[in-house]
Design a protein around this ligand. Structure first.
Ligand SMILES: C[S@@+](CC[C@H](N)C(=O)[O-])C[C@H]1O[C@@H](n2cnc3c(N)ncnc32)[C@H](O)[C@@H]1O
Length: 356
C-alpha cells in the first residue's frame, strides 16, 4: 500500500512537472506570436535575420523614429524573438538563439514572402549599408596594408600571443592549414614551415600583396593566397585540418555566419582557433580602425562555436591594458554528431522552456 502510494505520488509529481513545462512552452509561444504580429516588427525580424544590427541602423533602414523602433525592438526581445546585447556604447540586436522564441522567429522568417516590395526595399537598404561599411573597412586596410605589421603589435606583445596560439594549436599533424583574414600573412609565416600546405584568404588585395611579399621573403613554398570573403570562402567543403581567425572576427557583421563557413571547410574533427579581444570599451577602435565589435565574451563565442558545428575547447586569456587578448579553441564535430539545425534548436527550446 505504502509502496503503491509512493508510486502514485511519484506519478502525480511527474505529471504536474510535465504540465508546468507545457504551460511554459505555450506561454512563450503566445507571447512570441503576439510580438511578431505587427508589420514593422515583422520587418525588424527579417532584417535581424541577416545579421547583428544596431538601433541606429534599423532606424535608418525603416525610416521610422528611434523611440518607435526601440519600442518595437523591446517587444520583440520580451517575446523571446530577438536578443539584445551591449557592445561598448553600442547596442546590437540579432535573432534569438535559444528557446521557443528562437525557433518561432526562424519559422516566421521562413514564411515571409521574399518578393514582398517593402521587404525587398529593406533588404536593398541593408545591403547598401553593408556595402558602405565594407568599403570603409576595405579603405582602411588599403591605407594601412603597408604598415600593418607594425600596427598589429601595438596592442599586445605579438610573441606572447603566438606562443599561446602554438600551445593551443600544435601544428603537428596539420596537413592543410587555413588562415581566414590573413592580412599580411603572419599566420602563414608562423604555421607554414610546420604544416603541409597553408592557405590565406583575405578580402583586401593590398593586404594580399604585402602577404605575398612577406611569404616570398620568408622563403616559403607551400602556401597560396586567395582573395575572398570569410562568409563565402572560395574553398571546397571539408578540405582543411585547422583554421585560424587572427584579429579578424571583430570586423565581422555576422560572426556566427563566418564561423559556420569555417565549419563548412574544416574536416570533421578539424581544429579552429579564434584570436581576438575580450570585451573592452575602446570605442576609438570602432571609430578609427573599422572594428565592428569591441571584443567577445567567452560564453558568446562558446555558444556561437556550438551553433556553427564545433565543440568548444580550451580558452587562454592574455591580460593587457586596456586590451586583453583571448584565444578560443574548438573542434569541428564529427559528421555523425552534427545535429540537424532545426532538431537542435527544438531540443534547446524544449530544454530552455521545460523545467526539469
Ligand atoms: C586586423 S587584420 C588581421 C590580419 C591578420 N590576421 C593578422 O593578424 O595580422 C584583419 C584582416 O581581415 C580582413 N577582412 C576583413 N573582413 C573580411 C572578410 N569579410 N573576408 C575576408 N577578410 C576580411 C581584412 O582585409 C584584414 O586583412
Amino acid at each position: 500500500m505504502r509502496w503503491v502510494l509512493q508510486k502514485n505520488i511519484k506519478i502525480c509529481l511527474f505529471l504536474s512537472a510535465n504540465d508546468l513545462g507545457m504551460r511554459a512552452v505555450m506561454d512563450h509561444l503566445m507571447s512570441g506570436l503576439r510580438a511578431a504580429a505587427e508589420p514593422t516588427r515583422l520587418r525588424l525580424l527579417a532584417l535581424c535575420g541577416q545579421g547583428e544590427l544596431t538601433v541606429g541602423e534599423l532606424v535608418e533602414i525603416l525610416g521610422q523614429s528611434q523611440p518607435r523602433v526601440s519600442r518595437h525592438l523591446k517587444l520583440l526581445c520580451d517575446g523571446g524573438l530577438l536578443d539584445r546585447f551591449r557592445d561598448g556604447t553600442f547596442v546590437f540586436y540579432r535573432l534569438a538563439r535559444r528557446g521557443v522564441g528562437a525557433e518561432l522567429a526562424r519559422h516566421v522568417l521562413s514564411l515571409l514572402p521574399a518578393e514582398d516590395p517593402i521587404a525587398t526595399l529593406d533588404r536593398e537598404r541593408l545591403a547598401a549599408r553593408k556595402r558602405e561599411r565594407a568599403a570603409a573597412a576595405n579603405a582602411y586596410f588599403r591605407a594601412n596594408a603597408a604598415q600593418w605589421d607594425r600596427m598589429r603589435s601595438l596592442y599586445v606583445d605579438e610573441r606572447e600571443v603566438e606562443a599561446a596560439l602554438m600551445a593551443l594549436l600544435p601544428p603537428e599533424g596539420i596537413g592543410d592549414f587555413l588562415d581566414v583574414g590573413t592580412g599580411t600573412g603572419r599566420m602563414l609565416e608562423l604555421f607554414g614551415p610546420r604544416v603541409e600546405h597553408a592557405v590565406g584568404v583575405d578580402l583586401a588585395r593590398e593586404m594580399l600583396a604585402v602577404a605575398r611579399a612577406n611569404l616570398e621573403r620568408a622563403g616559403l613554398r607551400n602556401w597560396s593566397l586567395r582573395q575572398g570573403d570569410m562568409y563565402q570562402l572560395p574553398l571546397p567543403a571539408e578540405s582543411f585540418d585547422a583554421a585560424v581567425f587572427h584579429q579578424v572576427l571583430h570586423y565581422a557583421e555576422d560572426p556566427l555566419r563566418a564561423l559556420r563557413e569555417a565549419s563548412r571547410v574544416l574536416r570533421p574533427g578539424g581544429r579552429l582557433v579564434i584570436v581576438d579581444f575580450a570585451p573592452h570599451e575602446v570605442e576609438a577602435l570602432r571609430a578609427e580602425h573599422a572594428h565592428r565589435r569591441l571584443g567577445f565574451a567567452d560564453d558568446e563565442l562558446a555558444q556561437s562555436c556550438a551553433e556553427a558545428g564545433f565543440d568548444p575547447g580550451a580558452i587562454a586569456h592574455l591580460p593587457g591594458q586596456p586590451l586583453t587578448v583571448t584565444l578560443w579553441s574548438a573542434r569541428r564535430r564529427l559528421a555523425a554528431q552534427q545535429p540537424r539545425r532545426a532538431a537542435e534548436t527544438a531540443a534547446r527550446a524544449g530544454a530552455a522552456a521545460v523545467p526539469s
